[in-house]
Design a protein around this ligand. Structure first.
Ligand code: ADP
Ligand code: MG
Length: 729
């Protein structure tokens, strides 16, 4: 038995702060438990009343002549603290504090909350809240509605965790309208003790929960969360986790001196956490429910085992009796990461046999407005048999001759013989209701609009792909960690806040990055000498701590072919840099060998307070700024994550040999991303990195760093106290 069972399925409950005044939270919660038909024993605690709602009241929990398992406390902070102490002393096994006025208001509230947590922890008692709506367990064996929602939802297989109390009531209302049943429903409030991860783990073990939905505002755990949830979504017993996250930013992206920093808003962090842990993100409450209903859709296998109906691939067949909705569904199918299936000739032949000549025999199959159940049945059976089809969307618009119930029955008949998922959209409310009810009774998800069904199919496919993801053999990487540590330490000791391109290249070399011969010139003559030594063509770059984006200052010249061009170029870029920023301290000019041709990509890293290093990959150069075509992942990034990041950008097609372009060395990119992650993990002093561009060459030819910027943690005392060590030219 889990300690959270005492919160969700207690035998005895005391409501401390139960009130006789209707409209007060202490009254309403007591009323809701009573009216909800709680199967255990309920005690009101109120020192000033003989009874609450005709139930004999006790002045204190210590007076209750029974063992109390769960105490629900609705009292102001100071009194709540006192009754937590009493409850724990009295052997209570779980506590829910509904009242507000704790950490969220600051001041004394913070201290009281801390004290309450330490009392609970010491006694091994779990605490939900404070500042929450409560908990609900509608299962017939418990029927506990310890919340201020008067509505007890129907029992079901979905559990809901909410960080917002207010949202819970609307979700319950919405659920009632859509005939949704819940297994557990909980509002976590301030998460003083029990947080979303505790609950995810508990609900994952709960046999009554098949799908978990979360409304999330912020996470307090990063890498640990990913590890645990990965196991929940794809381990031994797989529980799909659906999340809706409010747009509130709280992870706090630092004021950014790098592209990575600027692009990595906290939303991007959350998106990568969800992707890395296999959580499916919904964009609205409506979508959340749509996805949940798709995930409770099950099939009985030949061996009698019940399993979730998931598509093995992304090729969808659409069967509709109206053209317009078919097109809408097609559009959404494509934008949900799915494809419209191409039928085999024999499928088209079968469709031709059973459909009128005006019907569209290709995807989306239009069975025409006057279709009756037999046309749907034949068409659906034919497309599902096609090996090139992984599932179907069935769309019905009510026409005068449409028999929604008959068609629903036909769908269920066809579905029984197939393992491929069928998601239906019966458009309308009144005319189609009999059909919708029939499908729902038989466990088939029905969506109001075809685009909702298509999106839900996309979510099922996302989950299926996650479950079937490939495990790759880790790279064997041999880094020169010792030298790297020395380089970083020297920069820190010198009071530097960033490692320039020159030092950065040495550091990157330790992690297997290919870099170009690069030297610093102080005069045009020196530049000419260096260029002759390293060989033409070369690139010149201005070196100044104040000039972050060198090109903006006219500080980069490429393809210089001889000594004359180099010496002239030297003067030119120093002049334009001075013009750009007259205050800038110019240390000199880098002379760098021109890199061989390649596609420009960006590698980046940005460190977050709770989550740690966040890595970024995307198309580089100007594409970063214009298209922001990038993907993130929290470190440590292994080979699978690297693959996901690289394959996840829109520009991947360009790298993968688009229209006659050579295929880029993607394998090297994977390896280098893992190396960058190692670098971020090994050197906590590095706050941000930008490699932009990293030039990736054709397959087998590797990648070359053409620009890098590494920002260090400010040493004690901060940068402001330190004199720049840079010498002006
Ligand atoms: P910044 O990003 O500060 O403006 P970069 O060092 O990235 O300056 O140089 C600007 C552009 O010049 C790069 O995006 C790349 O296209 C090109 N470039 C820079 N260094 C090289 C090099 N060594 N070989 C080839 N192209 C280069
Ligand atoms: Mg650059």
């Amino acid at each position: 038995m889990s300690d959270l069972d005492y919160i969700f399925s207690p035998q005895t409950v005391a409501v401390i702060g139960a009130s006789t005044t209707p409209g007060k939270v202490g009254h309403d919660i007591f009323l809701n438990i009573l009216r909800g038909g709680y199967t255990g024993t309920l005690y009101p605690v109120n020192p000033n009343a003989r009874s609450v709602l005709s139930v004999r009241a006790y002045p204190s929990i210590t007076e209750i002549p029974d063992e109390v398992e769960l105490a629900i406390i609705i009292l102001p902070p100071a009194l709540a603290l006192e009754s937590v102490g009493k409850s724990v002393a009295n052997g209570v096994k779980g506590i829910v504090i509904v009242s507000a006025g704790f950490k969220e208001v600051g001041g004394e509230g913070v201290e009281i909350e801390k004290e309450i947590v330490s009392i609970c922890r010491e006694a091994g008692v779990r605490l939900v809240g404070p500042n929450c709506l409560g908990v609900i367990n509608p299962l017939p064996s418990v029927r506990l509605n310890a919340s201020f929602s008067p509505r007890m939802p129907a029992p079901g297989k979905i559990s809901f965790i909410s960080q917002s109390g207010a949202l819970c009531t609307s979700v319950l209302d919405f659920a009632a309208d859509r005939d949704f049943g819940f297994s557990k429903f909980i509002s976590i409030g301030n998460k003083a003790d029990v947080d979303e991860l505790d609950l995810l783990q508990y609900l994952h073990e709960d046999i009554d929960t098949e799908v978990i939905m979360i409304y999330l505002e912020e996470l307090r755990r990063g890498p640990e969360f990913i590890e645990a949830v990965k196991e929940i979504t794809s381990g031994r017993r797989r529980t799909p986790v659906l999340v809706i996250k409010s747009g509130r930013t709280s992870a706090g992206a630092r004021a950014a001196a790098s592209h990575t920093g600027a692009l990595a808003g906290s939303e991007a962090v959350y998106d990568s956490i969800f992707e890395q842990s296999g959580i499916i993100r919904a964009n609205s409450i409506n979508e959340l429910f749509d996805y949940a209903s798709a995930f409770t859709y099950k099939t009985t296998t030949a061996l009698g085992k019940i399993s979730r109906k998931l598509p093995v691939g992304n090729r969808v067949a659409i069967v509709t009796n109206a053209g317009g909705p078919g097109i809408v569904a097609t559009d959404m199918t494509i934008s949900s990461g799915l494809e419209l299936a191409q039928f085999q000739p024999q499928t088209v032949g079968q469709l031709a046999q059973h459909l009128p000549s005006t019907a569209n025999l290709h995807n989306p199959v239009d069975v025409i407005g006057d279709a009756t159940h037999d046309r749907y049945e034949h068409a659906l059976a034919a497309v599902l048999k096609d090996e090139g089809v992984d599932g179907a969307l069935v769309i019905l618009t009510p026409q005068s001759m449409t028999d929604a119930l008959g068609i629903a029955k036909a769908i269920v008949r066809v579905a029984r013989g197939s393992r491929k998922p069928i998601l239906c959209s019966f458009m309308g409310v009144v005319d189609v209701s009999e059909g919708v009810e029939y499908l729902q009774e038989h466990g088939y998800p029905v969506f109001r609009f075809p685009e909702d069904a298509a999106k839900a199919f996309g979510a099922l496919y996302q989950h299926s792909r996650w479950l079937n993801r490939e495990e790759l053999k880790p790279f064997k990487l041999d880094h020169d960690k010792k030298l790297a540590k020395k380089i970083v330490q020297e920069a820190m000791d010198a009071g530097k806040t960033y490692v320039g391109e020159l030092g950065g290249l040495d550091l990157l070399k330790c992690y297997g990055f290919k870099v170009l011969p690069t030297e610093l010139a102080k005069t045009s003559r020196e530049a000419g000498d260096i260029a002759e030594r390293i060989g033409f063509p070369v690139v010149l770059k201005i070196v100044s701590e104040q000039i972050v984006h060198k090109s903006d200052a006219g500080g980069v010249l490429v393809k210089l072919r001889d000594r004359g061009e180099v010496t002239e170029g030297f003067k030119k870029i120093v002049d334009s840099a001075r013009e750009y920023d007259s205050e800038a301290v110019i240390e000199g000019v880098l002379v760098q060998k021109m890199a061989p041709k390649g596609e420009e990509v960006i590698f980046g890293m940005n460190r977050y307070p709770i989550f740690g290093p966040l890595l970024m990959f995307g198309m580089g150069g100007i594409f970063v700024e214009v298209f922001q075509d990038v993907k993130f992942s929290l470190a440590p990034v292994g080979r699978e994550e690297a693959v996901r990041m690289i394959h996840g950008i829109k520009g991947f097609k360009l790298l993968n040999g688009f229209r006659g372009r050579p295929k880029a060395d993607i394998h090297t990119l994977e390896k280098l991303l893992v190396s960058l992650s190692d670098m971020a993990v090994n050197h906590p002093e590095i706050m941000e990195m930008d490699l932009n561009p990293l030039l990736v060459h054709p397959e087998g030819e590797g990648a070359t760093v053409a620009d890098c910027r590494i920002i260090l943690k400010e040493a004690l005392g901060g940068a402001a106290d330190r004199k720049s060590t840079a010498q002006n030219l």
